[in-house]
Design a protein around this ligand. Structure first.
Ligand SMILES: *[C@@H]1O[C@H](CO)[C@@H](O)[C@H](O)[C@H]1NC(C)=O
Ligand SMILES: *[C@@H]1O[C@H](CO)[C@@H](O)[C@H](O)[C@H]1NC(C)=O
Ligand SMILES: *[C@@H]1O[C@H](CO)[C@@H](O)[C@H](O)[C@H]1NC(C)=O
Ligand SMILES: *[C@@H]1O[C@H](CO)[C@@H](O)[C@H](O)[C@H]1NC(C)=O
Length: 221
C-alpha cells in the first residue's frame, strides 16, 4: 500500500505547487531570482523553461543553454537560479528537477518580467457650472507599458489622496493656487507628474477668469 500512497502524495503535492506558486515579478533588464525549497546536497540539477533546458549541473560542472548563455548564476547547493539582463521572453513557467540521494524532486516556478511604469501626463478639461462656479476634471494617463493591467493611479493634493485616473477639482480663488500630483505605479516601480490648477485655464479663458475675479472683487466692495 505504501507505494500508491506515496504516488498519490507526490502527484498531489506536485500539482499543488503548479497552482499555488505565485509568480515572481522582475524588471526588464534587471535580474530575476528563482528560489526553490530543497533540503540536501544535489547530485544533479536541471532547470527548464517551457520544456527546454536552461542550465544543467551534472555534479561536476554546469552547462548553459541558449538564450540563457552567460546570463545565469546557478547555486550548486541550493539550486537557486539568478537570471540577469531579463527580457520579456523570459516570462513564463520554469521547472526544476533536482536529484538528491538518487531521488528526483520537481518544482515549478513562474517568472513575470515587467516594464518600469512610464511617466504620466496630465490634461485638464474645464467644466463651466455657470456663474462663478468653475470646476475641472483632471485626467492622468500613462502610455501603455507591460503589463497593461495592474497599473494604479493616485492623486494627491494638500495631503489628500484619491485613487483612479480622473479627478474632479474646484477652481477659482485660492483653488487656482493648488498643485495636483498624479502617481502611477505598477508592482515594481512608480512615477509622478504634477499639474498646477491654474494651467487648466487656456489662454483665451484667462481673460474670463480675470473678469470673474474682477466681478467678485466688485461684488465684495
Ligand atoms: C543576481 O545577480 C546579480 C548580478 O548578476 C546580482 O547583482 C544580484 O545580487 C543577484 N541576486 C541574488 C538574489 O543573488
Ligand atoms: C458647480 O459645478 C459642478 C460641475 O460642473 C456641479 O457638480 C456643482 O453642483 C455646481 N455647484 C453649484 C453650487 O452650482
Ligand atoms: C507612488 O505610489 C507608490 C505605490 O503606492 C508608492 O510606493 C510611491 O512611494 C509613490 N510615490 C510618490 C512619489 O508618492
Ligand atoms: C465679464 O463678466 C460680465 C458679467 O458676468 C459679462 O457680462 C462680460 O461679458 C464678461 N466679459 C468678458 C470679457 O468675459
Amino acid at each position: 500500500m505504501a507505494a500508491p500512497c506515496f504516488l498519490i502524495y507526490f502527484i498531489f503535492s506536485a500539482s499543488c505547487l503548479v497552482d499555488g506558486q505565485p509568480p515572481k515579478y522582475a524588471l526588464k533588464g534587471g535580474w530575476g531570482f528563482l528560489k526553490p525549497d530543497i533540503a540536501g546536497h544535489p547530485d544533479g540539477i536541471l532547470w527548464k523553461y517551457n520544456g527546454n533546458k536552461v542550465v544543467e549541473f551534472n555534479g561536476n560542472e554546469q552547462q548553459e543553454f541558449s538564450p540563457y548563455h552567460s546570463r545565469i548564476i546557478l547555486n550548486w547547493v541550493s539550486a537557486e537560479l539568478n537570471i540577469s539582463e531579463l527580457r520579456f521572453e523570459d516570462s513564463g513557467d520554469y521547472e526544476l528537477e533536482v536529484h538528491i540521494n538518487k531521488a528526483l524532486h520537481r518544482s515549478f516556478h513562474k517568472l513575470e518580467v515587467i516594464d518600469l511604469v512610464p511617466r504620466p501626463s496630465i490634461s485638464c478639461e474645464l467644466m463651466d457650472g455657470g456663474g462663478s462656479n468653475v470646476s475641472a476634471e483632471l485626467l492622468c494617463s500613462a502610455a501603455p507599458g507591460r503589463p497593461r493591467a495592474g497599473v494604479a493611479f493616485e492623486w494627491r493634493t494638500r495631503g489628500d489622496v484619491r485613487r483612479g485616473p480622473r479627478l474632479h477639482i474646484p477652481l477659482g480663488g485660492d483653488y487656482d493656487d493648488d498643485v495636483y500630483s498624479c502617481n502611477v505605479s505598477n508592482l515594481l516601480s512608480s512615477k509622478e507628474a504634477t499639474f498646477p490648477a491654474k494651467d487648466c485655464y487656456p489662454g483665451t479663458l484667462s481673460l474670463r477668469r480675470l473678469n470673474l475675479s474682477l466681478t467678485s472683487l466688485l461684488e465684495s466692495l
